[in-house]
Structure formats: structure tokens, C-alpha cells
Design a binder for this molecule. Structure first.
Ligand code: FE2
Length: 237
């Protein structure tokens, strides 16, 4: 399996506390069946985890995993917050953040927690014109999406994808979040599954998410989600 959303790099944001915890998270991920992880430290006004910094941390962690014989490959990425339209355009034009893939075909584009950014549709269309598909992480965890599902429907119709978090489907984020994740799944609005793991407690447990998808929507749907995730990192495979 591939995890496209994981705060596995240490000392960059609210993710892994140190190299030891990063390695432990990789070990948990490996045992869960994960072989590729896109490291997605926050890229926000408060956390400017630039592409150069992420690259360096990915190299350091990969060396340590190789040394310890943990067969997980780490790829550079970011969870980019849509602070404002201007923030995104400025930072993109000067190549400050990392996409999910080297070809820049996908970007993890997070909403603010406080309120829905009304510029989102415009920003989604801007990325799509540049051949980048924005993926919104964990819409089910945002109260404004739960209250107004039409907001997320409109964005999906425009071409945005969603990334639902495994912990939401298995109930670790509460009942209300689980119900909305299930509603997204029932409407075939779940494009990608990921862990959004932050440490060894909020850990990389992707298989439980796929188990929930199989149970609620069938094997075929779980396969579709896996294939879609595979194509993000390995477009030609
Ligand atoms: Fe995250």
C-alpha cells in the first residue's frame, strides 16, 4: 500500500518528535503493509517547510531506514494550506512547496480549520489549468463540510479529489466524522485513502481504512482507490 499523507519527518511540524519516532512510524507502516510513504509536513504561514528542507529530511530518514533494513521508501511532499489565494499563487510561482509527485500532477491542498475559504473553487481551477489535481485532505474532519456537503460536492464536480483518513472510517475521529466519511464513500466521493499519521499513537494504520471500504462499498471500490493512489506516485505502472 501507499500512504500519500503522513507527518513522518521529525522536527518540522507537529509530526514525529525525533528520528527515532520517524523510524518507529516507518516500522509500524511496514507491518501494516505500507511500502511507500509521501512525507507531507505542513506548509502554512506558521510552518514554511520548503522543498529544499523536505528533500534533506527525506534523504536523512531514508538513509536511516536503509541502515536498519526497513523496506519503506519515503517521497517528498507537503500538506499545503489554502491560507489565501495570494499565498498559494506566490508560493507556487516561486516553487516553495512540494507536490505529491515529481511531475507535479497532484497537490495535497488543505482547508483552514476556522472556516471554508471562499476562494477555493478559483484556486482548484487554477491548479487544474496547470495540470495539477488538488486533493483535499480529510474533508470529513472539517465542520463546514459536514454542515454543508454541497461545498465539497461542488469542488469534486470541478475536478478536485478527496483524501479520506483511515482513522475517520474506523471511528477514531468520532461518530460524526465517521458518519460523514461513510456518506462520502456511499456517494463515491472518496478518491484516495491515507493515514495522516503524526506519531506512534496517531499511527500509520492504512489497512483498517481499506477494511472499512471493503465492508461498506465492496472489494472493487477498495481496488479502485488503491489503483488511483498507485497512479499518483507511479503514473506509468
Ligand atoms: Fe496532515
Amino acid at each position: 500500500m501507499i500512504d500519500i499523507h503522513c507527518h513522518i519527518l521529525s522536527d518540522l511540524d507537529d509530526g514525529a518528535g525525533d528520528m527515532r519516532e520517524s523510524v518507529e512510524m516507518a516500522r509500524i507502516a511496514f507491518e501494516d503493509g505500507i511500502r511507500h510513504i509521501v512525507a507531507t509536513p505542513h506548509f502554512t504561514l506558521a510552518y514554511r517547510n520548503t522543498a529544499a528542507r523536505v528533500q534533506r529530511k527525506v534523504r536523512e530518514l531514508q538513509q536511516e531506514l536503509d541502515r536498519q533494513g526497513i523496506a519503506v521508501t519515503i517521497h517528498p511532499g507537503n500538506e499545503v494550506r489554502l491560507e489565501s489565494k495570494a499565498f498559494i499563487y506566490d508560493q507556487a510561482k516561486s516553487d516553495q512547496f512540494s507536490y505529491l509527485d515529481p511531475a507535479q500532477n497532484y497537490v495535497l491542498l488543505e482547508q483552514r480549520w476556522s472556516d471554508f475559504n471562499p476562494e477555493t473553487l478559483e484556486v482548484v481551477k487554477w491548479f487544474l489549468r496547470r495540470n495539477t489535481r488538488p486533493i483535499v485532505p480529510h474533508p470529513e474532519r472539517h465542520v463546514f463540510f459536514r454542515r454543508q456537503p454541497e461545498l465539497v460536492e461542488q469542488l469534486i464536480q470541478a475536478g478536485m479529489w478527496t483524501q479520506v483518513t483511515a482513522d475517520s472510517l474506523n471511528g477514531n475521529n468520532g461518530e460524526e466524522v465517521r458518519r460523514f466519511a461513510e456518506w462520502l464513500l456511499a456517494n463515491d466521493y472518496v478518491h484516495v485513502l491515507a493515514t495522516d499519521a503524526h506519531n506512534v499513537r496517531r499511527k500509520p494504520n492504512l489497512s483498517s481504512g481499506y477494511d472499512a471500504v471493503r465492508k461498506l462499498a465492496g472489494n472493487r471500490r477498495a481496488e479502485q482507490i488503491m489503483e488511483r493512489t498507485q497512479r499518483i506516485l507511479f503514473p506509468k505502472s
